[in-house]
Design a protein around this ligand. Sequence first.
Ligand code: UFG
Length: 330
Amino acid sequence: MKLLVLGGAGYIGSHFVKEALKNNHEVIVIDNLSTGHIESLPKEVKFYQGDIRDERFLDEVFLQERIDACVHFCAYSLVGESMKDPLKYFDNNVIGAIRLVQAMVKHAVKYIVFSSTAAVYGSHEEMPITENFTTEPTNPYGESKLFMEKIFKWSDEAYGIKYVSLRYFNVAGADSEGTIGEDHSPETHLIPIILQVPLKKRDKLTIFGDDYNTFDGTCIRDYIHVLDLADAHLKALDYLKRENNSNIFNLGSESGYSNKQILSNARKITESPIPSEIGPRRPGDPDKLIASNQKAKKVLNWEVKRDIEDILKSAWNFHKNHPNGYRGDK
Ligand code: UFG
């Protein structure tokens, strides 16, 4: 298929681009490079720099390229930042989705796979979380993704655009060749932050709270390898073509690790002591998030191939080779 990958220079987008090329798709990338890195894209990919909220720009790209399907990764995705500046999130994530659907309708592009998040669910006692759980986001980031899901739901009803929404849990890890990986500035995610300690980028890890309702008091999350995630997007495209039907899937591993367990695994893999301290809770963090992935397994024929060790090893491989992120590659 000829794919338009929006946000293809970001962490998850760039891993998808690499896998899509391996699977013989033709790939066109749009990115405004506000958080993405041009260095993460293979040379053979056709790249348009611009913002998807810019109607004229989007129209030009759709006119130039005859797209079969969109894969939409562009979004701001920091929970904490969204609490402080919700309008930034609604502007970029929601308006961006509206502009994109308008362009798809105008240019008769029928299929889209897009990134949603576990943050649409909000807090739940019962685990694992299935797609049928109620959606009550506890932060504007999750709310913006839920809006996006609704935009696509009603656009299916009205214009026949078929979508797959993929609700990611905690994405981590890097490509096996060690050339692309996670490079955010500032970094807020647990695994890359832990790995900054043995790289001497920070003195220690601060674990945000140890009084949660979990077996060791630290939060539990469900980590999913970025390559398993990329594979789910390819399977979602197959599904859209095969079934011509919209759907929503969780992407997680069904296993939860506490922050302390992640730290202890990282100490083993990096063979480094990684000093740590306990700090206050971070606002908005739920105790525990674990996905049920039964639906994606059954309907998309997707499986999780990589475990927490693969995640940490591949992330460590990337960060060791790029201690200053992509900046060091320039
Ligand atoms: N954490 C620390 N210290 C740090 C950084 C993180 O203890 O320096 C803890 C967090 O408090 C949390 C856990 O590590 O308990 C995981 O935090 P991340 O920031 O890595 O990931 P989140 O679970 O907060 O967020 C992820 C995605 C979001 C998505 C969310 C869904 O990054 O986009 O899952 O709940 F919204």
